[in-house]
Design a protein around this ligand. Structure first.
Ligand SMILES: [Fe+2]
Length: 306
């Protein structure tokens, strides 16, 4: 029996929760097969790190070792779920979200992330925050599908309770906000940069690593995060394939000003680069008289509206 109350209170107090064996073997296999069939979400990554690794040999889905004939799962840039992926996994994801939040739930994004292509520094997510702002029904289900080691290629997390103890200022800046980066400074201390408000803050006596936790997870385990939980890629030495699924209350109103009017460099890059989440939302709201809910744009985001 899933203890939804315990999960909800962990999300509130810490910002994350591990649910072991969330996916069955057949659900893992389904999502890996869909990865091979899904389109890339963006053109090749512009980072040197990603570009260096793309074009590597295909790997075996289950062991992440070099693949034999017929085994694909080649290392590639980020991919997004297609219509069939949504239809296969939606019922159980939305039922879980409804039980947990007590609100309606819509699965609106399926994003595959591979290491070593993906290697993200400490941040709060950007495009998802631009979409709904802080919203407790907005959840991020990060699930490894191919992961050779339980202790490597996972996610570093900054629990809210530890951040609150070590740096009340950063806690207050981040707890109800999002779309930010944090970096360690060479001479010690941490700089916080918000791409939502433009605020920069240097916390001189705080090292972000001192607040980090890195849960051990294997294929099919769920690492459930709130929309704005601070996180980073752990290591990229192993080849790991994970999927990130997003649910949120479909009645959440999408604010045109928030999506289009944020003139930070990060937001301009998202729109100008035709980011797969921000750009369709931008277009949809413009075409619908500036009044849309998340539910209105779900068919566009999932490919089911075509
Ligand atoms: Fe992220």
């Amino acid at each position: 029996m899933t203890d939804f109350e315990a999960i909800a209170s962990a999300l509130e107090e810490r910002g994350f929760c591990v649910v072991p064996d969330f996916l069955s073997r057949s659900e893992i296999d389904f999502l890996v097969e869909e990865f091979d069939a899904c389109p890339d979400s963006e053109p090749a990554p512009r980072t040197k790190h990603g570009a260096r690794h793309l074009g590597d040999q295909p790997i075996d889905r289950r062991t992440a070792s070099p693949a034999g004939p017929g085994q694909t799962a080649a290392l590639r840039t980020t991919a997004v779920g297609r219509k069939e992926t949504f239809q296969g996994i939606r019922p159980r994801m939305e039922a879980f979200a409804r039980e947990l939040t007590g609100a309606k739930a819509a699965l609106y994004q399926i994003l595959y992330l591979q290491t070593p292509v993906t290697n993200l520094p400490v941040h709060q997510d950007h495009e998802h925050f631009f979409l709904t702002e802080f919203n407790p029904t907005h959840l991020n289900y990060w699930i490894p599908l191919v992961k050779p080691s339980r202790t490597e290629a996972g996610r570093h997390l900054i629990p809210w309770d530890r951040l609150g103890e070590k740096s009340p200022r950063l806690f207050n800046l981040c707890r109800r906000s999002g779309a930010s980066f944090m970096r360690s400074l060479r001479d010690g201390g941490t700089v916080y940069m918000s791409d939502w408000s433009g605020v920069h803050w240097v916390e001189e006596d705080f090292e972000i690593e001192d607040a980090m936790e890195t849960p051990e997870v294997g294929p099919g385990d769920l690492l459930l995060l709130s929309l704005n939980t601070i996180h980073a890629t752990q290591t990229t030495d192993d080849r790991r394939l994970a999927v990130s699924l997003r649910t949120c209350d479909p009645e959440t109103r999408i604010d045109w000003h928030r999506v289009a009017g944020i003139s930070t460099p990060a937001m301009m890059r998202h729109l100008a680069g035709q980011n797969p989440l921000s750009f369709p939302v931008f277009q949809h709201i413009q075409e619908n008289d500036f009044g849309s809910t998340l539910g209105d744009i779900v068919p566009t985001l999932t490919g089911e509206g075509e």
